[in-house]
Write a protein that binds this ligand. Structure first.
Ligand SMILES: Cc1cc2nc3c(=O)[nH]c(=O)nc-3n(C[C@H](O)[C@H](O)[C@H](O)COP(=O)(O)OP(=O)(O)OC[C@H]3O[C@@H](n4cnc5c(N)ncnc54)[C@H](O)[C@@H]3O)c2cc1C
Length: 379
């Protein structure tokens, strides 16, 4: 309804170009990639050519020098047409974020231009089989040897694994707890890094997920991102911005489900008239529209807080929590509005509903978001 409200002229132009890309290229290709379980590398490259793989970053490294808000609005648009593509760009952002904010000049010069041009895809590896919500309990070891670190252990549930050329990996270089964790930039081709079999998921099929298996993988010491022991802080800082990415993607997907529901309800006739004329359905659609609008404003305000240099961590958790619960509710109701047709694969809303669920789980489950918000209240 008010998708462009409050955006600058510059941002509106970028959004218009992305909308055209989504309607002409990304959305028509989405179901094909989802069915084939194939990462849309050509579309990701096209994003790079449009300057969209490093939107909020320094132009010196090939970024677009735009506010963080611009990046999120682009994600929202992409997710409305092809959720897995938007999610992959958001994961890509997590790896670039860590290196851009905390990496040495040499690391930035080496990796950021490749990431921001879209030549390389980036990924983010924090989770392990035994450490999800309690991420600081991770066990992958990074032992220091002459001139390098040797990584040993297994990372679980890693989006873009196998497909990505660069991984921001959190591993334990010191003792127990968060202060023993460091971050590393790990190339796909480093010896000792293998990939597990592809996970079969409920949705996001075009976003491949595998384990990263490190067997004494030698990572040059200069690929340490930030300082030793700073890795968990880096991981959390990346997650703050990533949570806003998940919120923006949730809003885009919810919008797509809502638009499909309205379109269907205007066409479908029962009892001699379009079903949208029944107040029972209108009220459902009115709630969906209101929730989407509220979620959009939450993530955009949090982005503005970030762009203004404020502490946006709690605002990001609120936006992620609310937007992902919204997309779950809205996609479920969109299926309901379609009646039996909504349950059929011929219509897109059943896919949207499956895709929505992941947003309540990734980058901190919604229980963890409530924990972050709750902790901020206890002072
Ligand atoms: C589609 C998808 C993509 C992903 N991509 C990546 C990726 O690219 N990189 C990466 O590192 N990880 C990734 N993950 C992993 C994701 O971050 C974890 O799944 C998530 O953090 C939850 O961890 P877990 O699955 O181990 O669940 P657990 O932590 O075992 O949680 C189980 C349940 O317990 C609840 N719970 C746990 N602790 C508490 C608490 N203190 N209070 C209340 N409730 C609690 C949780 O909310 C959940 O309901 C991905 C996951 C999915 C599903």
């Amino acid at each position: 309804m008010h998708r462009d409200f409050g955006l600058s002229e510059d941002q509106r132009e970028i959004v218009a170009a992305v909308r055209e890309f989504v309607s002409e290229k990304a959305a028509p290709a989405a179901s094909g990639y989802e069915e084939k379980h194939e990462f849309p590398r050509d579309l990701f490259r096209a994003l790079g050519e449009m300057g969209l793989c490093g939107i909020p970053y320094d132009e010196r490294y090939g970024g677009a020098g735009q506010p963080f808000l611009t990046y999120l609005v682009v994600l929202e648009e992409l997710a409305s047409g092809f959720c897995s593509l938007a999610v992959s760009l958001s994961v890509h952002h997590l790896s670039g974020f860590g290196i851009h904010r905390f990496g040495s000049d040499a690391l930035k010069e080496k990796y950021l231009p490749r990431l921001f041009s879209g030549d390389w895809l980036g990924a983010y590896a924090l989770s392990e089989a035994g450490s999800g919500s309690d991420a600081a309990a991770l066990r992958t070891r990074a032992g220091r040897t002459d001139g390098s670190y040797r990584l040993t252990g297994t990372k679980r549930f890693i989006s873009s694994a196998g497909e990505a050329e660069l991984y921001l990996v959190m591993a334990r270089s010191g003792g127990e707890g968060p202060k023993g964790i460091s971050s590393f930039a790990v190339e796909r081709g480093f010896e000792g890094l293998e990939f597990g079999k592809r996970e079969e998921k409920m949705g996001w099929h075009a976003s491949p997920m595998r384990e990263l298996i490190f067997e004494g993988c030698a990572v040059p010491a200069e690929n340490l991102v930030g300082d030793e022991g700073q890795g968990f802080a880096i991981a959390l800082a990346a997650l703050d911005s990533g949570r806003l990415g998940m919120a923006a993607c949730s809003v885009g997907l919810a919008q797509a489900a809502f638009d499909a529901a309205v379109g269907f309800a205007r066409e479908r006739r029962q009892f001699g008239r379009p079903v949208i004329e029944f107040q029972g359905l209108q009220f459902m659609l009115a709630d969906m529209a209101t929730q989407i609008e509220a979620a959009r404003r939450l993530y955009r305000e949090a982005a503005r807080l970030n762009d203004a240099g404020g502490d946006y961590s709690v605002a990001a958790s609120m936006a992620k929590l609310f937007a992902s619960d919204t997309v779950m509710r809205v996609t479920t109701d969109a299926v309901q509005v379609h009646g039996g047709y909504g349950y059929m694969q011929e219509y897109p809303v059943e896919r949207y509903m499956r895709e929505a669920k992941a947003f309540q789980i990734v980058e901190g489950t919604n229980q963890i978001q409530r924990m972050v918000i709750g902790r901020s209240l206890s002072g």
